[in-house]
Design a protein around this ligand. Structure first.
Ligand SMILES: [Zn+2]
Length: 77
């Protein structure tokens, strides 16, 4: 599953890949390949869907965010 957020490692807004395995999930920045293992629970799901909502809200001011669609896409605002 892909979702958009800001990567704390490369500091770009980018596309993340989420690989869920049982109660853990691997969050991978498709730009710098930084990986982070997180506990996969309803909190994490909320965090990710809230992040997507932020991106959608920001798109009004920064239309470039709408270009984040595929693995490796990244922009700095
Ligand atoms: Zn990154």
């Amino acid at each position: 599953m892909l979702f958009r957020n800001k990567c704390k490692t490369c500091d770009y807004w980018t596309v993340f890949e989420l690989k869920i395995k049982d109660d853990k999930a691997l969050k991978i920045c498709t730009h710098c390949q930084h990986q982070e293992e997180i506990d996969w629970n309803s909190n994490a799901e909320t965090l990710i869907s809230d992040g997507e909502k932020d991106v959608r809200a920001l798109q009004g001011h920064f239309p470039a965010l709408a270009r984040l669609k595929n693995r490796g896409d990244h922009i700095r605002l």
